[in-house]
Ligand binder design. Structure first.
Ligand SMILES: [Zn+2]
Ligand SMILES: [Zn+2]
Length: 404
């Protein structure tokens, strides 16, 4: 690591966290690569859960899994002997179809566990509680964090921290609200050559629906994203499809704006059905992901630690293109941070084969070590610095977010 080169800015606390997390690095990398090598989709992350909870249990954390009604979720707790804040490090560990760990959640998971273990080792006899909460199903609208919050798993948690790998380092970045939809079209089946006029094609309705969405694009806010796939396009070319389905996400800056767009998308589906004499039914395949509110009091602390370790990091631009995450919903309930650390060359797209490859490199693990040390710093400062949690709470209560 480059900690030595930034020696003047390294506090005694950061120095001891660097020592502990450097010692954890080989295991962190082993865990990360084990998760990376066996990509598991939302809510099927059993191997990842076992690898992570096994490490945390060995490190003295008391592990509960399943929790909140999710088989692959877990809570690993290290309770101090004295009262104090309850700080959770979040671990995501689900992969994507087709591109494996193209979102790099193996690094989030291994780095998050290292951060928590490093923090409790650097603070023997600490006050408060340090936990790792394993939050499965972030991708594909799984909304693992939403489901865990609804089940009470975050009750009593004062602050939650995590990092995300990327092609840039950012202390805080905006994220869009996202609605997860399915439009099912129903028509009438018939022989596609002998008597097609007796059929009504649900696939034709789906095609027209996509055309309607494309026609709409000029008239939605520049921040909106509407994108989808045909998840059911019929069964055979010689049968007029009686059933077709489109899975799509509708995203914009706020939940309210995304919801308003959903109504326009619904109207487009109804219009496509009317034109093709089919029926359209729109449903939500999971909870809406809310826009993210970063807690900048805590994000700044992460940034200070990362800079002291020699990695440049700045706040994101409010107008930068963004994705969505279920941490947005959590950010309405408690102070959270979700900074980014560069693990891949600038311009490497997320959700790509290139990012999947980048998420297994020595460079990615070097940067994950830095991110883990940054998260451990925020955890340790929350436990040891009087007034920090109150300052984070005050910003949370004020509601406004400025990316600083
Ligand atoms: Zn992702
Ligand atoms: Zn991700």
């Amino acid at each position: 690591m480059s900690a030595q080169s930034a020696a003047p800015a390294v506090s005694p606390l950061l120095e001891s966290l660097v020592t502990e997390i450097t010692a954890l690095r080989p295991r962190m990398e082993e865990v990360s690569l084990a998760v990376h090598g066996r990509p598991e989709l939302k809510f099927a992350e059993f191997h990842a859960r076992d690898v992570l909870t096994g490490w945390l249990a060995e490190a003295g954390f008391s592990v509960t899994s399943p929790v909140g009604g999710l088989d692959t979720a877990f809570v690993a707790v290290h309770a101090g002997g004295r009262p104090g804040p309850y700080v959770a490090v979040l671990a995501e560990y689900d992969a994507l179809p087709g591109v494996g760990h193209g979102c790099g959640h193996n690094l989030i998971a291994a780095g998050g566990a290292a951060a928590a273990i490093g923090a409790v080792r650097a603070l023997p006899g600490h006050s408060g509680t340090v936990a790792v909460i394993g939050t499965p199903g972030e991708e594909m609208g799984g909304a693992g964090k939403v489901r865990l919050a609804e089940a009470g798993v975050f009750d009593g948690v004062d602050a939650a921290v995590m990092f995300h790998p990327g092609d840039r380092s950012l202390t805080a970045a905006h994220a869009l609200a996202a609605a997860h939809l399915r439009v099912a079209f129903t028509g009438v089946s018939a022989h596609a050559a002998k008597s097609p006029w007796e059929g009504r094609s649900a696939l034709a309705a789906a095609q027209l629906f996509f055309n309607a969405l494309d026609t709409m694009r000029q008239f939605v806010p520049p921040s909106a994203r509407i994108h989808g796939i045909v998840s059911d396009g019929g069964q055979a070319p010689n049968v007029v499809p009686a059933h077709a389905a489109v899975d799509l996400y509708v995203r914009d800056r706020t939940a309210a704006s995304a919801r308003a767009l959903v109504e326009r998308v619904r109207a487009a589906a109804v219009g496509a059905a009317l034109a093709t004499e089919t029926q359209a039914e729109l449903s939500e395949t999971g909870p809406l992901y809310a826009e993210r509110r970063n807690n900048t009091v805590l994000a700044k602390r992460f940034g200070q630690a990362v800079r002291a370790l020699g990695v440049d990091i700045e706040p994101g631009d409010q107008d930068s293109p963004a994705g969505s995450s279920d941490i947005g919903n959590l950010s309405k309930l408690l102070p959270v941070i979700h900074p980014y650390i560069q693990v891949a060359p600038a311009g490497t797209p997320s959700h790509s084969e290139a990012m999947c490859a980048a998420a297994a490199t020595p460079f990615a693990h070097e940067r994950t070590q830095v991110a883990a040390t940054g998260l451990a710093t925020v955890v340790a400062e929350l436990l040891t610095e009087p007034g920090l949690l109150e300052a984070a709470r005050a910003e949370f209560a004020a509601g406004a977010e400025v990316l600083t």
